[in-house]
Design a protein around this ligand. Sequence first.
Ligand code: PLP
Length: 451
Amino acid sequence: MPMEVASASALYNDHVNPQWVKLLDVLGMNVPYTRCCGSELFLQDGNRVLDFLSGYCVHNVGHNHPSVVAALKDELDRSGPAMLQSHVPEAAGELASRLCKLAGGQLSKVFFASSGSESVEGAIKFARAHTGRTGLLYTEGAFHGLTCGALSLMGNPFWREGFGPMLPEAEQIPFEDAQSLEAKLSSRQFAAFIVEPIQAEGGIRIPQREYLQTAQQLCKKYGTLFVLDEVQTGMFRTGAFLAAHHYDLDPDIIVLAKALSGGLIPVGAVLMSNEVYKSVYSSLKRAIVHTSTYSENGLAMRAGLATLEVLETERLGARATAMGNELRRRLRETLFGYEMVKDIRGIGLLSGIEFQAPSKIGLRVPFEAFQRIHPGLFGQMVVMRMFRDERILTQICGNNFMVLKAAPPLIVEETRIDQFVGALGRVVELIHSSSTFWSDALALARRALNI
Ligand SMILES: Cc1ncc(COP(=O)(O)O)c(C=O)c1O
């Protein structure tokens, strides 16, 4: 018998993360889910929630896609070697070959991992081994993961505070600033420049083509590896298989994770050139010098193959482009003109709605009160309203609290786009026209924070 939801939740509260439970309670988002399917999440009380978050770009093929589920069941039923650590896992070869073909350029080898962070760690080690240098360059606003190496590539103190010193050789430069990049690279001390081609948690920041092209050239000129973190932007999220393809880039290393296994099994992948690979696995003696227990495990590899099959046969890249363009067109039509809406931008099905501080006194006073309590409060209240009033799951960007992210599964139907736009339109109207939005939220924040 499955444990009753309430008691299972109490166990989570007691033994996993009570603060997370409290936060969800405060936001009215602590609801029991019974089933997730496509872009819909079914609740115990019979209601449904529309998913416009996709687990931060994990569920590109939709929740529990039947083909991925079937592939996993098959793999379990055949009782094959899941993780012998003493054989050649054939599915890993198959998946690596398909990934390299889709990625193109010089990428011909893959190291598999079990998360985005672990893949970033791998990329750091491969870049250091290849160049014989230790320095790492990253950009302001970046999100690369929360393990120590990956966290060393993130400047936001929110994520770092209390965890002691990070890698000392990691340096931050502004995003989309080729001059700063060259000034650093010219020291020839940097193994890698690690950058998201489009910053997701940074606020859906889409750089000019010239910036990334120049960055690639500069890296080549100064002997630094050009590493693209496509953990959120890869797997057709932006329309193309990789965001790099929009910019005609040929990076030395690509990092993938999240959507690669259909949202069902942890996975990560570091795609690299043969030259980079050879600097790590350089001899028989070093055949296992960088490994990880669950790397190449049968379930993750099968899920990856099935996910690629779905993404390609259902042409979800083209769908992401068409639906994303339609979403932003309708959002602009509905939201432009509201003084707190600053920008609507995106590519494929990765969109951001950026809010700004209001100038009208009636809005400015409560907004400033929100800011004093917490800079993320305004955005979180928008998320809360979208969830509680409209039954739509969204989030604000982790490194830019004024940007609401809209990233539904790529299978999202057009009627769902309408539903999202209508819902956000109503929430934005409430923000601008009623004191309820502000007073309710202030009361709630004060209760939660005991102020
Ligand atoms: C761009 C990017 N890189 C790396 C990571 C880390 O991935 P993971 O959470 O799987 O470790 C994330 C996670 O959100 C991410 O967005």
